[in-house]
Design a protein around this ligand. Structure first.
Ligand SMILES: [Zn+2]
Length: 90
């Protein structure tokens, strides 16, 4: 991925734009958006919508901001399993 695209992804994410929107605006896959942002700030944003997450010190990091995003992510993946709050499929 070109650095120019990565910068755009980062900027859009900082403006609070969700993964889906960023992906369609830049004509790339949601997975590419996620990967670009993961490099920047591992685990600090919702895996589905890209919103920033608040962490409690000492607790395992969550990867979704709420159950709704967890289920939407699950539906978007259609892997036949249900991811837990840490994004792992059980
Ligand atoms: Zn979310």
């Amino acid at each position: 991925m070109r650095a120019e695209i990565k910068n755009q992804i980062t900027q859009m994410n900082e403006q609070g734009i969700g993964y889906k929107k960023i992906a369609s605006e830049l004509n790339i896959s949601i997975g590419s958006v996620r990967n670009a942002l993961r490099e920047k700030d591992e685990g600090a944003i919702c895996k589905f919508c890209g919103k920033k997450l608040n962490f409690v010190e000492g607790k395992k990091r969550k990867v979704y901001c709420n159950d709704s995003c967890r289920y939407d992510y699950w539906n978007s993946q259609k892997k036949g399993g249900k991811p837990n709050e840490h994004g792992q499929f059980e």
